[in-house]
Design a protein around this ligand. Structure first.
Ligand SMILES: Cc1cc2nc3c(=O)[nH]c(=O)nc-3n(C[C@H](O)[C@H](O)[C@H](O)COP(=O)(O)OP(=O)(O)OC[C@H]3O[C@@H](n4cnc5c(N)ncnc54)[C@H](O)[C@@H]3O)c2cc1C
Length: 326
């Protein structure tokens, strides 16, 4: 039977949304393979009750392996997953992406001598096996991977898999005794924080404030968040800044990101490349702020503001707040 194993990250009594996306994707694929989706959860605190873990059933998991160990660090999770796979013979391990998913997936592939595919955007079942699709050559082609051997490791792009609730399966919780490798306890967690915009939901927003390389640095997004907050909208981004690690992929607009059509699309520091345009050109109103009056974005904007976004965006935020009386 082809069962799929997923690692589920949790923090302060909540499951990580990206991990839940991997669980529901695993459940979808497992049902086509005639197998089941199982999860590994690692932690030391009292919060990992049977009841809490049973919540993964809503996303399609039928079994949860509970392992004792430090949560949020890669190597202890590699130990736990390797042990579960060794004992139960899972055919695939699936990760939702993100830095931790990349690190655990790579570690697991090395440990189990398995094939691994990263930055996967789609997984399908063909002839009773999983086929992972991954954009390559600057996203101009798509490569497909199949797996030889006992285990295939698939790591999605961040938020590539949607956390969709399924008809809640009943969940069996099983404790696993894991012996941590000596090197697994060398790193300790110093501080945990949330990645900016990791759970952005740009699909439903009426107002999108999108930022590009013209922001100059990741912190440039803070002023866009202020403006989006004033409007009651959400923040989005170009691929250039997503690739630079300034903003999560979930917020990328364009050919290799999302296609949106909000009432207002405000582009700050975005040149307006064709690959970006295809993802936002159907917006009702397009406003662009760019210091270069020849920037292509002005060719398809309803309103163009030529100037430095660092001066204009804060003033705009003030004006919107004043208008809304907040
Ligand atoms: C196959 C393929 C797929 C792609 N898919 C996507 C995709 O899905 N989405 C996407 O967005 N791109 C995609 N790209 C990349 C795309 O071609 C562009 O490189 C990208 O959109 C450029 O991002 P940008 O506008 O943030 O950066 P840039 O092109 O570098 O533009 C930055 C802009 O900021 C302006 N600026 C600088 N400082 C300031 C300031 N202080 N105030 C105001 N303005 C300022 C500059 O004048 C410039 O116009 C893809 C490319 C390829 C080849």
């Amino acid at each position: 039977m082809s069962n799929i194993l997923v690692y589920v990250l949790h923090y302060e009594g909540e499951f990580n949304k990206n991990s839940l996306g991997a669980v529901s994707e695993a459940a979808r694929l497992a049902s086509e393979l005639g197998g089941e989706a199982h999860a590994v959860v690692v932690g030391e605190g009292p919060e990992l009750t049977d009841e809490f873990l049973a919540g993964l059933g809503r996303y399609g998991a039928t079994k949860v392996y509970r392992a004792k160990g430090p949560e949020g660090l890669a190597q202890p999770v590699v130990d736990a997953m390797a042990k579960v796979i060794e004992d139960n013979g899972h055919a695939y391990a699936l990760f939702g992406g993100g830095l931790l998913g990349f690190e655990i997936g790579a570690g697991l592939a090395a440990r189990r001598k398995a094939g691994v595919t990263m930055e996967v955007t789609e997984v399908n079942v063909d002839n009773g096996e999983l086929v992972a699709s991954r954009p390559i050559l600057q996203d101009s082609m798509v490569s497909e991977s199949r797996y030889k051997g006992d285990l295939g490791v698939i790591i999605g792009r961040l938020n590539a898999f949607e956390a969709a609730e399924r008809n809640g399966a009943s969940v069996a919780v099983e404790d696993v005794d894991v012996e941590l490798s000596p090197w697994s306890t060398k790193a300790t967690m110093v501080q945990r924080g949330e990645q900016r915009g990791a759970d952005v939901n740009i699909d439903d927003a009426d107002v999108l404030i999108a930022g590009g390389r013209g922001l100059g640095k990741p912190e440039g997004f803070e002023q866009l968040e202020e403006l989006a907050g004033a409007f009651g909208g959400a923040v989005a981004a170009t691929r250039a800044v997503v690739d630079a690690g300034w903003f999560p992929y979930a917020g990328q607009i364009g050919q290799t990101g999302k296609t949106v059509a909000p009432k207002l699309y405000l582009a700050a520091g975005i040149s307006g490349a064709i690959q970006h345009k295809v993802g936002m050109q159907n917006s009702e109103n397009i406003v662009a702020i760019n210091k270069d009056s020849n920037a292509p974005i002005f060719e398809f904007s309803d309103l163009g503001i030529v100037g430095d976004l660092n001066k204009i965006v804060p003033k705009l935020t003030e004006a919107v707040r004043a208008k809304k009386g907040s």
